[in-house]
Design a binder for this molecule. Sequence first.
Ligand SMILES: C[C@H](CCC(=O)NCCS(=O)(=O)O)[C@H]1CC[C@H]2[C@@H]3[C@H](O)C[C@@H]4C[C@H](O)CC[C@]4(C)[C@H]3C[C@H](O)[C@]12C
Length: 316
Amino acid sequence: MCTGVRFADDNGNMYFGRNLDWSFSYGEKIVVTPRGYQAPVAFNATVADPKPVMGVGIIVEGMPMYFDCANDEGLAVAGLNFPGYAQYADAPVDGTINVAAYELPFWIARSFSTVDEVEEALKNVTVVAKQVNDQYPVSFLHWIVGDGKRSIVIEVMADGIHVHHDGVDVLANQPTFDWHTENLRNYLSMDPRVPEPVKWGTQELSAWGSGSGMRGIPGDYSSPSRFVRAAYTNAHYPAQQTEEANVSRLFHTLDSASMVDGCALMSNGQYEKTIYTSGFSAKTDTYYKNTYEDPTIKSYHMSDFDLEGAELQTAE
Ligand SMILES: C[C@H](CCC(=O)NCCS(=O)(=O)O)[C@H]1CC[C@H]2[C@@H]3[C@H](O)C[C@@H]4C[C@H](O)CC[C@]4(C)[C@H]3C[C@H](O)[C@]12C
């Protein structure tokens, strides 16, 4: 399972991050694609004025395959599994911008500055089920895209591309975003305050203490439960002022939905856990990342890389 979140500070600086929950690592690293890099294009989704992109991913045959990424203008994207619902086109469609599913995060961060621009462009996009090569099958994902103002969720299904405004700035896995939003209505009485004492018959009842108003927030790792938990935390976390406090907010919010080894088996017989957590600060153009094995949060400043050149760069 995976969870993504976005929020902004009082000055409109976005913080955006995700947990990558899986049973193994793909050897992903921090990958920086400078403006001048000529990325191979699957179909016709060339970018006239490319932006430098930084994120977490792998490089396959010269293609930066981002799991999540951001650009220097403060737009970020993350892909999360959406099996059983995602359905891409079998072949490119004339008259549209054809983007292979594996290209989508990169194409978005390479091309656009705002969520509004992305939403507009998606009206003429076909997402195509093309493999990058025989080694990697097509991944069936949905995506959260955020900027300083808001986020959207992109779901490509049998009946076309659905773009949802994401009012809680959270995404998990299946089922659809619509369903997750509707499900939140089950939890609208959840509240950070301690409930007032009540009387049932002659029995006085009072709360055990703080946290009692949250009783009912699901604690398991299923996708609907992680969505609810991350949405509650994201909605109630007090606004922070500094970079350090906002990065702490991001990682603690994601931690509230993270997966611990041994609790949830996958169909391959291995346990699923939070392989890494990553996040982007649009205030300082910095990527942050830690892993299950090493919870120390490492930081990668865009300005420490060559953003204008023609060579891909990686960092551990
Ligand atoms: C496994 C990752 C999603 C994690 C997740 O959502 N887990 C939920 C588990 S569950 O189903 O809901 O149970 C996804 C996110 C991004 C994906 C990768 C990126 O899309 C980039 C390439 C795309 C290629 O088609 C496949 C390899 C790959 C390198 C993908 C492997 C894998 O599918 C990744 C790493």
